[in-house]
Structure formats: structure tokens, C-alpha cells
Write a protein that binds this ligand. Sequence first.
Ligand SMILES: Cc1cc2nc3c(=O)[nH]c(=O)nc-3n(C[C@H](O)[C@H](O)[C@H](O)COP(=O)(O)O)c2cc1C
Length: 195
Amino acid sequence: MKVIGMHASDLLLNRYSAMKLSDPAPAAEALERILSSAVRAPDHGRLRPWRFILIDGDRRLQFGDLLADSLRRRRPDAPEDALNRERGKALRAPLIIVVAAACNPTAKIPVIEQILAAGAAAQNIMLAVFAEGFGAMWKTGDAAYDDDVKTALGLAAGDAIVGFLYVGTDSTGPSPVPQPSWRDFVRPWGGAPSA
Ligand SMILES: Cc1cc2nc3c(=O)[nH]c(=O)nc-3n(C[C@H](O)[C@H](O)[C@H](O)COP(=O)(O)O)c2cc1C
């Protein structure tokens, strides 16, 4: 779906995660706008905790090995086809943006808020990718919490990977799963219970 120039509320109401991605990834100019959108995310204390690691081309094969090695460490008995499936995840899009929070536990701002700021940056990326007419899927899984994966990506063990964002050209459209209604999650506050 090509949505360039769409109204912001149409973008917010219609965005969806891609189910399948193919070439091409956004080119340099679009990527510039996508990453510029990322750093416009709200950020308590202006700590700028977000970090973005771009993985494309053949580097994806090495990233796939990282995912497979991570699975092997967690499940030493994992069969070869499970390891290959894990490795193959790295090839499901032409570009992977790893979004992480470089966490500072000594800062005045709680670490949870630093991670939330990186999460907000990740969502800005998801929206900007969609607005540029491309697709993305936000994945985590156990590898996102693996210290060896973090180290290999140049992060510290105390940092948090908030998402592996797979980015490319959406080749199938939205999932048929019905969207929830906001009415299921919203209620007016009735005030504090009287003592
Ligand atoms: C922090 C985070 C981590 C996620 N990790 C995964 C994941 O590992 N695997 C997965 O299938 N979906 C994961 N999702 C959910 C999908 O990215 C997606 O949002 C969901 O399938 C709903 O689709 P929609 O975005 O089109 O509404 C994650 C979402 C968030 C916010």
C-alpha cells in the first residue's frame, strides 16, 4: 500500500504490521526521514537513550548466526531445523533496525522510562516506515534478552533491546485478524473509593 502524503490520523488509524516483507528496503532519502522521526520520540530528561543498529546485505547472515547461536545456548538439544529456522529469520526483510536503550541506572530518570523512550522511538520508526510506503514488523523473542547477542551488537549487558524491526516492502497487506475497539480498554474514572 502506497501511503505517502497521507493525513497523520489516517496513518495512525490504518497502520499495520507487515506479515511478509521483500526487497527493496527504503532507500537512503526515505531512511533519513525514518531515522529522523525516530529521534523525535518523547524522552524524559533528554537522555537520548535510544540506539539504532542497521543490519542489511550479507551482514544479515552473521545476524542469523547470532540468533541461531543464541538458541543453541538456550537449548543445547535444539534440532538442526530449529536452528536453521532461527537463522532464516534474519533474511525475512532486506533491512533490520535493532532498537535498543543504552540504560543509565545512575540517571535521575528511572531505567523503565529510558526503555520506554526507546520504545517510543521504535514506534516512530514503525509509523515512518509505513508513511514512506514500506512495511515493517516488530519482533523480540529470547534473543533480545541474551547478553551475548547484545555484546555482539556492540551493546552492554545492562542495555535493553526493545525490538528487532524488520523493514522492507510489504508484499501481502494486513492480517485478517480483527482490530480491537478502544471501547474495550477505556473507562472513565469513578473517583477514589470513599473510606
Ligand atoms: C515490544 C514488542 C515485541 C514484539 N515481539 C514480537 C515477536 O517476537 N513476535 C511476534 O510475532 N510479534 C511480536 N510483536 C507483535 C507484532 O509486532 C505486532 O504488533 C502484532 O502482531 C500486532 O499486529 P499489528 O501491529 O498489525 O496490530 C511485538 C510487539 C511489540 C510491541
